[in-house]
Design a protein. Structure first.
Ligand SMILES: [Zn+2]
Ligand SMILES: [Zn+2]
Length: 164
C-alpha cells in the first residue's frame, strides 16, 4: 500500500495495515528506567485494530509530549515547589523543606489527558515527606528531569506502540 493511503487511513483512525476501525485499549503496566529514575505507567491507553496483530498506535497525536507536560507542568504528579531564592517548599502547605530528609521513594498520580481514560503514573526517584503535613512529593532539586524524561520514553518504547 502506498504511503499516502496509509496516512489517510491513520487520519481516519483506521488500521494502516487492514483498514479496520481502531479501538481504544489499555496496557496493564509498562516500565522504563534511566540512571536512578524508574517510571511505571499503569492502564496506558492506545489504539488497536480488531486483528490485534497490527501496529498499536498512540491514542492521540503528540501523546508522549502531552504526558510529559502533565507530569511536569500540570501538577498531576506531586512535585515540591522550587523558589528562586527560598529553596524547596511543600506543594500543599508551603512549609520549607530544606531541613527535611529525602530518600529514594515512589510517588504516583492519576493522569488524565483530554477525554482518554485516566491512567496512573508512578515515579521512583528522590522523594521528600513534608515534616508539617506529611505530603510525599518529588524533590526537583535532587532529580535530573532528563532522567525522568528518558525513563518515560523508555517505558513508552517498551509497549511497542507507534508514537508520532
Ligand atoms: Zn489491522
Ligand atoms: Zn506540607
Amino acid at each position: 500500500m502506498s504511503l499516502i493511503s496509509k496516512w489517510l487511513r491513520s487520519r481516519k483512525n483506521q488500521c494502516t495495515e487492514c483498514g479496520a476501525a481502531m479501538r481504544l485499549a489499555t496496557i496493564a503496566s509498562c516500565h522504563g528506567a534511566h540512571n536512578n529514575v524508574s517510571v511505571w505507567l499503569d492502564g496506558l491507553p492506545y489504539l488497536e485494530c480488531e486483528s490485534g496483530a497490527h501496529p498499536k498506535r498512540e491514542p492521540i497525536s503528540d501523546f508522549a509530549q502531552r504526558l510529559i507536560e502533565e507530569i511536569y507542568i500540570n501538577d498531576q504528579i506531586p512535585w515540591a515547589e522550587l523558589g528562586a531564592l527560598s529553596g524547596a517548599k511543600c506543594l500543599s502547605c508551603k512549609t520549607r523543606l530544606d531541613a527535611a530528609g529525602y530518600e529514594n521513594g515512589e510517588i504516583g498520580g492519576e493522569i488524565s489527558i483530554d477525554d482518554l481514560p485516566a491512567f496512573r503514573a508512578r515515579i521512583q526517584a528522590m522523594v521528600i515527606q513534608c515534616p508539617a503535613c506529611g505530603t510525599g512529593q518529588l524533590l526537583p532539586d535532587a532529580i535530573d528531569v532528563r532522567d525522568v524524561d528518558a525513563a518515560i520514553r523508555d517505558a513508552l518504547r517498551s509497549t511497542g506502540i507507534v508514537f508520532s
